[in-house]
Design a protein around this ligand. Structure first.
Ligand SMILES: NC(=O)c1ccc[n+]([C@@H]2O[C@H](COP(=O)([O-])OP(=O)(O)OC[C@H]3O[C@@H](n4cnc5c(N)ncnc54)[C@H](O)[C@@H]3O)[C@@H](O)[C@H]2O)c1
Length: 331
């Protein structure tokens, strides 16, 4: 589409006006010419009052049905709690509206399948907004993997760590984005094994730490871990990724393309010649660098060897994880 072409915006009602709903309404949607909000709804009176004051809108409805009865909208944008996504999407589709949901789609797989069928039956669009799938960095990773810059992908390790005791389950708050990326890169999963770790809970008693092994139909194996109560150095929100292929390993961390995406190849193997290629040779760990205890918040745990004259830090680089700790590139 040419920049000069006029876009007729889709009129939409937004339901769910908590933290992220408000962020969408005030910060994201004003710069999206394809959508025009014409109504808002939330059952919580405090959320309604706070939103009305922040957004300066004259009326916020108690529920989706009230809003749809009052305004003329072609679509519904769902930014409510995930537990309400299914019911809201069903009501919107049944009323003949297109639906966009903030992720996750719904916590129930059978409900998700029913909604997809309902959308097909009524001929309306049903989409899930995935915040990480379309960033420049994840697009670059997808492109490099499609080009097999490290050969055929065989194994991927993904680790996400924070120490914030954020509310809610880490699975629904964070990991859904990583699982969406895994599907974008490697296709559909054929088997999943997962378990929670006995390490703390979120602020409101939700799941804080778990790991999973996922097998993809393509044969790729993923080992995934996520924790919001980790004493280890924090990762970026993307998590730290290492995709091992037949010819090397692709490291990825952070949402900026370029520096955060690094294909590395063992010495002697041919590297990729396209964008994103970097030092196509193995980098050995520095002397004594293979074991580096790091305390909570990135504090280095006292290491007597580090005090010895002539002892050097491992051959990594600083500052890749919000300035906490260090990373070491392995190939
Ligand atoms: N895009 C991102 O990067 C991102 C990040 C975190 C969360 N999210 C998603 O944003 C959504 C909202 O999360 P949040 O942190 O703002 O939650 P929140 O708890 O702050 O707000 C949820 C709001 O939904 C309202 N609600 C509940 N049931 C409703 C219903 N039936 N109809 C209308 N409103 C209803 C609640 O009253 C509340 O005001 C979730 O889907 C979450 O997964 C997106």
């Amino acid at each position: 589409m040419h920049a000069t072409e006029e876009i007729t915006p889709v009129s939409a009602v937004q339901v769910g006006l908590g933290g992220w709903g408000t962020d969408w309404a005030l910060r994201v949607l004003p710069s999206a010419p394809g959508v025009r909000l014409v109504g808002w709804a939330d059952p919580d009176p405090d959320a309604r009052a706070a939103f009305a004051a922040a957004a300066g809108v004259p009326r916020v409805h108690c529920g989706l049905a009230d809003a749809l009865a009052d305004v003329d909208a072609e679509a519904v944008f769902v930014t409510a709690d995930p537990a309400a996504h299914g019911e809201l999407a069903r009501a919107a589709l049944t009323a003949g509206k297109h639906v966009l949901l903030d992720r996750p789609f719904t916590p129930d797989l059978a409900e998700a399948a029913d909604l997809v069928k309902l959308a097909e039956d009524v001929g309306k669009a049903l989409l899930v907004a995935q915040p990480q799938r379309y960033t420049a960095a994840s697009s670059q990773v997808r492109h490099l993997l499609a080009q097999e810059v490290v050969g055929r992908a065989r194994h991927v390790a993904v680790a996400f760590r924070r120490n914030r005791r954020t509310p809610g389950s880490v699975l629904w708050r964070v990991s859904v984005d990583h699982f969406d990326l895994l599907r974008a890169f490697f296709g559909e999963a054929s088997a999943v094994t997962a378990r929670a770790w006995p390490r703390g809970q979120s602020r409101d008693g939700g799941l804080a730490s778990f790991s999973a092994e996922i097998e993809f139909a393509s044969g790729v194996i993923a080992q995934y871990s996520a924790s919001t109560t980790s004493p280890a150095p924090a990762t970026r929100w993307t998590g730290d990724w290492a995709v091992e292929g037949d010819d090397g390993v692709l490291h990825w961390s952070g949402s900026e393309p370029g520096r955060g995406v690094r294909p590395l190849h063992p010495r002697g193997r041919r590297g990729h010649r396209g964008p994103g290629r970097r030092a196509a040779r193995a980098r050995p760990l520095g002397r004594g660098g293979a074991v580096r205890p790091v305390g909570a918040g990135g504090r280095r745990v006292r290491d007597q060897r580090a005090r010895q004259p002539g002892h050097h830090r491992a051959g990594g680089r600083r500052g890749d994880q919000h300035g906490h700790g260090e990373r070491v590139a392995l190939a």
